[in-house]
Design a protein around this ligand. Structure first.
Ligand SMILES: Nc1nc2c(ncn2[C@@H]2O[C@H](COP(=O)(O)OP(=O)(O)OP(=O)(O)O)[C@@H](O)[C@H]2O)c(=O)[nH]1
Length: 629
């Protein structure tokens, strides 16, 4: 029985991948990605549904439009109204679950425009769809594995040469035209730019390409790159490069990938792996196709008419032109003459250039543009907003200044709620860790022990485990993922320690493995939901009532047992009945506010409740954490 990949079938049947996935969903067939394979029965069922659909709507215009729609980007093409796609199906096997012929309901679920709709006089009012946007791709990998060469090859073959013959400037990104539409590449190789941007709270890449040289396989920076992509939660595609070399061993790379939990699709996993050569160009077309397929599944959309937002990719000061910043438009449209607010400054756009160096008047989503008009060079990762006039720009800046101050003040006070400290209660908590050790043996030993430390409530997520001292990249990763860096028998450099301090990242070094494990246990404990129990504190009799102009009624009381504390819980009983439960908001001894009053003393108790009466009994208690084994 021959099998066929989803995207190949989509191509053969002239429908878009999304449509096929919807049909598969309606049939209850699980898949991992568009490159998953389908067996003949499923293919027949799909063909049956499509045939029925076209019979039901012989000339429905929306149907044919949807079928011919290019996946990567559509300017405003109306799509079939359907449920939003589920980008990743984690289910393991591609198995058609039943022979059931799809019902009408299933057809409806698959987005079919029914004949009933087709004959209606007035078409139903549809909300205008947000158009697709081009994917933004970043290429990461180990040094010398061919990131620059791959980008150069794509640039050379896919970017229209600049007409005037001038030299295209390096602007940090370029746009490639492929048969599947536009793809934007961030061309500052390595993950520095990527992580710097992320460390500033912005995410610019939609897809990460991890380049692995076929003659070298997985290396330390490959692991780092994978960890960064995973922390950013962007889909990744592995490009096995240099397959033209005689010593290239693609199979070895695939096997090694499984050791970092990236199981290639051929091995039953869901990692897309594409063998390429940046030298001969072999496989590059496939890689571009996979990028478009991934982008399609991610269903990337942005509204060119929406409010503008962008991110600075890089900036420089040009002796002649002044500050030149490359901004990736993420949403909305930017125009010459707009005011741009970046950081706590603003500027008016004097000129815009596309990544090929052509002057343009405006730019929409997923377009890298070089902006002339900033007075100070912005930093990569800075978020950019626009304003239609100078007054609004100034207001936006002042809001940003206020927000920064508030955040700084809050940070100084650092009074976090339980939830802020520990995340929502009753959920499995994640402790993110980055491990650094002297040898592979130590790394594996630590990982082995850690695996046994996990509890049902706390999951240990080792984002990166590497040999050698921690790097600044690790610190950036830790700061964006709120991870702790644990070092065993390796010492962080002063520079790395400094960055960790600045970013408030916990960076700890150990010489004895069990001290490291103790630290992990502490981290786990810190993440286990604390158990509190009520502890009795004391009892008091209300002997007189004092009216206070500000605090209301204060219960002049005598402590008959234990002690009373400010902020403790209070329960008031009258006879046998509990008449009030609340908090002791204030305690007074004569005119002074006090924290605690012991048995045998008189005091004023403010319950923030005015109906307390003489003769009432007040009982105080507090919640205390029960230490757990
Ligand atoms: N034979 C062969 N050589 C390649 C290929 N891709 C890159 N190279 C060579 O590998 C070396 C490193 O390539 P680069 O593109 O500079 O690698 P990189 O990953 O960008 O390196 P860094 O920028 O230093 O991190 C260069 O000598 C390239 O010519 C390929 O597909 N085949």
């Amino acid at each position: 029985m021959s099998k066929v990949r989803i995207y190949t079938l989509a191509k053969d049947l002239s429908v878009d991948n999304q449509k096929l996935l919807e049909i598969l969903d309606s049939l209850g067939v699980s898949y991992k990605s568009v490159s998953s394979t389908l067996d003949e029965d499923t293919v027949d069922a799909i063909k049956g549904i499509l045939a029925e659909e076209s019979a039901a709507t012989p000339s429905a215009p929306t149907d044919s439009q949807a079928a011919s729609q290019t996946p990567a980007e559509s300017t405003a093409a109306p799509q079939l109204q359907s449920a939003p796609p589920t980008p990743h199906h984690k289910d393991d096997v591609t198995a058609p679950t039943s022979n059931s012929v799809p019902s009408t309901a299933a057809q409806a679920a698959s987005g079919q425009v029914s004949s009933a709709v087709a004959v209606q006089e007035a078409p139903p009012v549809q909300a205008p769809e947000i158009p697709h946007r081009a994917p933004v791709v970043t290429i990461m990998g180990h040094v010398d594995h061919g990131k620059t060469s791959l980008l150069d090859y794509i640039r050379k073959t896919k970017v229209a040469a600049k007409e005037a013959g001038g030299i295209t400037q390096h602007v940090g990104a370029f746009e490639a035209q492929t048969s599947k539409g536009r793809i934007v590449f961030i061309d500052t190789p390595g993950h520095e730019a990527f992580t710097t941007i992320r460390a500033r709270g912005a995410n610019v890449a939609d897809i990460a390409i991890i380049v692995v040289a076929a003659d070298d396989s997985i290396m330390p920076q490959t692991r780092e790159a994978i960890a960064h992509a995973q922390a950013a939660k962007v889909p990744l595609i592995v490009a096995i490069n240099k397959i033209d070399l005689p010593q290239a061993d693609v199979e070895r790379v695939k096997t090694d990938l499984t050791s970092v939990n990236l199981v290639p699709e051929e091995y039953g996993g869901d990692t897309v792996v594409v063998p390429v050569s940046a030298k001969t160009g072999e496989g590059v077309e496939d890689l571009l196709e996979y990028i478009s397929l991934t982008a399609e599944l991610e269903d990337l959309r942005a509204d060119p008419k929406g409010e503008f937002s962008g991110v600075v990719i890089e900036s420089k000061v040009d002796k002649q032109s002044g500050v030149l910043a490359t901004v990736m438009v993420q949403q909305g449209t930017v125009n010459v003459g707009d005011f741009l607010v970046v950081g706590e400054t603003y500027g008016k756009i004097k000129a815009l250039m596309d990544s090929a160096g052509n002057r343009i008047k405006s730019a929409g989503p997923s377009t890298p543009v070089q902006v002339l008009g900033f007075s100070e060079a912005p930093v990569s990762g800075d978020k950019v907003a626009s304003a239609s006039n100078e007054h609004t720009a100034r207001e936006k800046v002042s809001v940003r200044v206020d927000t920064r101050r508030t955040v700084e003040e809050a940070r100084q006070k650092r009074k976090l709620s339980l939830e802020e400290m520990m995340g929502p209660l009753n959920e499995v908590r994640e402790v993110n860790l980055i491990l650094r050790a002297d040898t592979q043996g130590s790394v594996e030993a630590i990982q082995g022990i850690l695996a046994k430390r996990e509890t049902p409530e706390v999951h240990l997520n080792v984002m990166l485990a590497g040999i050698g001292a921690p790097t600044e990249g690790d610190v950036l990763l830790a700061s964006t993922a709120e991870a702790t860096i644990l070092c065993f028998s390796v010492v962080p450099s002063g520079a790395v320690k400094k960055v960790a301090d600045q970013k408030e990242v916990d960076l700890k070094s150990f010489r004895i493995i069990y001290e490291l494990i103790d630290e992990v246990d502490r981290l786990i404990k810190g993440n286990i939901e604390p158990v509190f129990e009520e502890k009795y504190l004391g009892r008091a009799e209300v002997r007189m009532l004092i009216k206070h102009p500000k605090s209301g009624t204060i219960a002049g009381s005598y402590i008959t047992d234990g002690s009373f504390k400010r902020n403790a819980k209070a329960k008031v009983t009258r006879g046998k009945q509990v008449v009030y439960e609340g908090t002791i908001v204030g305690l007074k001894r004569f005119k002074d506010d006090v924290r605690e009053v012991q048995k045998g003393f008189e005091c004023g108790i403010n319950l923030d409740w005015n109906d307390v009466m003489e003769g009432d009994i007040i009982e105080a208690s507090e919640m205390v954490e029960v230490p757990q084994a």
